[in-house]
Design a protein around this ligand. Structure first.
Ligand code: PHE
Length: 340
């Protein structure tokens, strides 16, 4: 009898009680209604009377010991799991990193928005263009220097010449070919020119070009549209100035300056002490260009303009090195905020 009790006792002490499952098994094995200790008590009946007292005490001792081991293990488990589940409500939350839009996207959206307000739609076209849409339809004579390898990235030379577009005027040719006037559209997009990369030039940049064709469109309409644009973009005080220029696809052509927003036209190193900043090229669409796309130049006239998004961003954000726009340095990109 005693042997049996001390055998169970030494078993109890050997049990591992490190998780909920082991603790429950312990309970079933020793303390449960079919457990070993209960079994011992049933056996008590068969113990001779003179030994009953001692045996009962030993059994009670054993049961109490098992119960105590069980209770302590259970208690320990509940405090450790409580510890693990404890939520520290005073802990600051994880920071959500809010992204920022690229400065060029911000400026492009702003330009599009300004022209949308006066009825211009957005048109897009391929970045790999044929000679017709990039040059010929735009009245570039065959020997024009812009077709030279110097400026254009050719993809295929020869009969079917393909190149990376050098301007988004190519998209406007596609619009003129497919739509009938009135046409009022802007073409934002990436363009490519074979230039050495420096702070002032890159082998690709972004443009927004505009085209308006209808009956009786005049140079006054062009000038007024551009004045509206400059005021919307740079503020009510902005002034514009047009200087005669040359583009194969417009006649007459002009280059447009906006009054320097940085020094209020007083003169600074950005405007090179002239008070003016060049922002875009424009002109009345050459009748040859209209005819090349099947538009009757006796019935319709139009104006076109084109600007570099980097150039505008440079003026808005005072970032003078063009390379920063494509280096994807997060420290640079994080600084710009604006609506989505
Ligand atoms: N396509 C010209 C350029 O890339 C810009 C321009 C567009 C000029 C329309 C006049 C009219 O520089």
């Amino acid at each position: 009898m005693k042997e049996k009790i001390s055998e169970i006792e030494s078993d109890i002490l050997k049990e591992s009680l490190s998780n909920a499952k082991e603790i429950e098994n312990f309970r079933i094995k020793y303390l449960g209604s079919k457990g070993k200790i209960k079994g011992l008590f049933a056996w008590l009946k068969e113990v001779p009377n003179e030994e009953k007292r001692e045996a009962g005490q030993l059994m009670n001792g054993l049961r109490n010991k098992a119960q105590e081991i069980f209770d302590t293990a259970k208690e320990k488990l509940s405090t450790t799991s409580e510890e693990a589940n404890k939520i520290d409500l005073s802990r600051p939350g994880d920071q959500i990193e809010v992204g920022a839009r690229h400065p060029l996207s911000l400026v492009r959206s702003e330009i599009i928005e300004i022209f949308n307000r006066i009825g211009f739609t957005v048109s897009e076209g391929p970045e790999i263009e044929d000679d017709w849409h990039n040059f010929s339809a735009l009245n570039f004579p065959p020997e024009h220097p812009a077709r030279d390898m110097q400026d254009t990235f050719f993809i295929e030379k020869g009969e079917k010449e393909m190149a990376l577009r050098t301007h988004t005027s190519s998209v406007q040719v596609r619009v003129m070919e497919n739509d009938k006037p009135p046409i009022r559209t802007i073409s934002p997009g990436r363009v490519y020119r074979n230039e050495a990369i420096s702070a002032r030039a890159h082998c690709f940049f972004h443009q927004v070009e505009g085209l308006y064709i209808d009956k009786d469109v005049s140079f006054a309409d062009l000038k007024q549209t551009l004045l509206y644009f400059a005021k919307e973009l740079f503020g009510e005080k902005a002034k514009i100035r047009l200087r005669p220029s040359y583009f194969p696809f417009t006649e007459p052509s002009a280059e447009v300056d906006v009054s320097c927003t940085i020094c209020n036209s007083k003169g600074c190193n950005v405007c090179k002490y002239t008070g003016w900043l060049e922002i875009l090229g424009c002109g009345m669409v050459d009748p040859n260009v209209l005819e090349a796309s099947g538009i009757d130049s006796k019935e319709f006239t139009g104006f076109a303009f084109g600007m570099g998004v980097e150039r505008i961003a440079q003026l808005k954000y005072k970032v003078n090195d063009l390379r920063l726009y494509s280096e994807n340095d997060v420290r640079f990109l994080k600084q710009f905020t604006g609506g989505i």
